[in-house]
Write a protein of this length. Structure first.
Length: 472
């Protein structure tokens, strides 16, 4: 009998009481606090920041600082909400479990499988990107062979004990964080005029070349949309917290320290770039903002150095996304929301879920070669706004669960959302505003339709499953 069918008809569609815990897979607890801290930092620092932010700068100009600050504030609110719920109830299903508690089983089903699909497609994208970099160094080996090698490596890593995943992510994230810190230090020294042969630019690049907002609000909107999706990935730390030595303390500390550090890295990096370089510089969108800035400062072999960092970022994301997808799938199955065989746990690891997630990622890679103009493009559009759907479920869940926690288990509020319920409501309004802005732009409008369609289909299936369970 599924866990949904255990509800009595009298309960209707009401969410479960907070003290009644949804079923969760029996996972190990091999992650340490240092692993969690680095997973929190590294999970969100990817190729989107190192390369993709260049097109956002080209659209928004210096106002990209404002765009990243606004989206960063929204992400900080979302992570604070998620941190509050995850510290109270650590679960490998994270926000999917919280949505089930606060809204109902259909919401947990929708949020969980949407996120699983997002991560699996992302694994394919990251594999393609990483293979392209290595193929440039070793052109004699075809790209598909590198993809296969990376997929095999990280599948094996995730099939073994979770501490192995934690160690890989720790060192991957440490390199990425170290690269950004070094970039910020060099950038600040250049802005102060301390570096040899580099004059302090002052405010000339912020106020010249059309001003701080050269393309008006339209440019700011494009930069804002790009920056919102660049922050995706931070949610993985609350999934990993369930397998840490001290889940409650671990997720609380990881969320608290990661939020302001990531905001500093993102907003700080954008500030360094647009202060040192004119936003009109052609090298920013073509080479990427980091390489363009390091070239301007005369750093030898800047392009190759950043290629190594970007490769590590992509491999780290592949590793983390296979992990996150497998744990989300295992949690959903344990709660009766998928085939039981997927949720089988061996030695604390959901190995079937790992294999399923990795295989789906590899299928996405194959589709990129076979049908790059239609099927793979459809997959990309489908995941375009999924992270916003997940954030929406997080905010609504927190709005509901906070009241229940205060009433039934106030001692579990180890992390509290600031100024509840006002900032939660402001965050929800912000998400709706992003949805509206996406509908205004052609490219993002297509993504909104596809992602919305997927979410609606999953919600319909989840609701139908819930109603059938209630009738049994």
């Amino acid at each position: 009998m599924s866990r949904n069918s255990a509800q009595s008809p009298a309960e209707g569609t009401d969410a479960r009481p907070v003290e009644q815990a949804p079923a969760e897979p029996s996972l190990s607890h091999g992650l340490k606090q240092r692993h969690l801290s680095m997973i929190a930092l590294g999970g969100v620092i990817g190729a989107g920041l190192f390369v993709g932010s260049g097109t956002a700068i080209a659209a928004a100009g210096p106002s990209i600082i404002l765009a990243y600050a606004i989206s960063g504030a929204l992400v900080m609110l979302v992570m604070r909400m998620l941190g509050e719920m995850s510290a109270a109830y650590p679960a490998s299903g994270s926000f999917s479990v919280h949505a089930e508690r606060g809204i109902g089983p259909w919401a947990g089903f929708t949020a969980g499988w949407s996120f699983w699909f997002l991560l699996c497609v992302a694994v394919g994208l990251e594999g393609i990107g990483a293979a392209g970099i290595v193929h440039g160094w070793v052109p004699g080996v075809p790209e598909w062979a590198w993809v296969a090698l990376f997929m095999l490596l990280f599948t094996i890593t995730n099939l073994s004990a979770v501490k192995n995943f934690g160690e890989f992510e720790f060192w991957f994230a440490a390199l990425k964080v170290g690269a950004i810190v070094l970039f910020l230090v060099i950038g600040v020294l250049a802005m102060l005029g301390v570096l040899p042969d580099v004059d302090a630019p002052g405010m000339s690049n912020l106020t010249g070349h059309g001003g701080f907002m050269p393309n008006g609000t339209e440019g700011l909107i494009v930069g804002l949309l790009a920056s919102v999706f660049a922050y995706g990935g931070l949610e993985t730390v609350t999934i990993a917290a369930a397998e840490s030595e001290h889940p409650v303390q671990g997720v609380a500390k990881a969320v608290r320290t990661a939020m302001w550090r990531i905001a500093l890295f993102y907003v700080g990096s954008m500030a360094v770039v647009v202060v040192l370089l004119p936003w009109t510089a052609k090298e920013i969108p073509t080479k990427g903002p980091y390489v363009a800035t390091l070239d301007y400062l005369g750093v030898p072999a800047a392009g190759q150095i950043m290629n190594v960092v970007i490769l590590v970022a992509l491999l780290s994301a592949m590793n983390a996304n296979i992990y996150g997808a497998s744990r989300m799938a295992a949690s959903l199955v344990a709660r009766g929301m998928g085939p039981k065989v997927i949720g089988k746990v061996t030695n604390g690891v959901p190995r079937v879920a790992v294999l399923l997630s990795a295989v789906f990622g590899f299928v996405c890679v194959l589709l990129s070669y076979w049908r790059p103009d239609d099927i793979f493009a459809w997959l990309l559009n489908t995941i375009g706004a999924i992270i916003l759907v997940v954030w929406f479920f997080i905010a609504v869940s927190q709005l509901v669960l906070r009241r229940k926690l205060e009433r039934e288990a106030p001692e579990k509020l180890v992390v509290k959302m600031w100024a509840y319920p006002y900032l939660t409501i402001i965050a929800l309004v912000g998400m709706v505003a992003v949805f509206v802005l996406m509908a205004r732009e052609h490219d993002t409008r297509v993504q909104l339709y596809f992602s919305g369609g997927l979410a609606i289909i999953l919600a319909a299936v989840g609701y139908a499953r819930q109603r059938l369970a209630e009738k049994k």
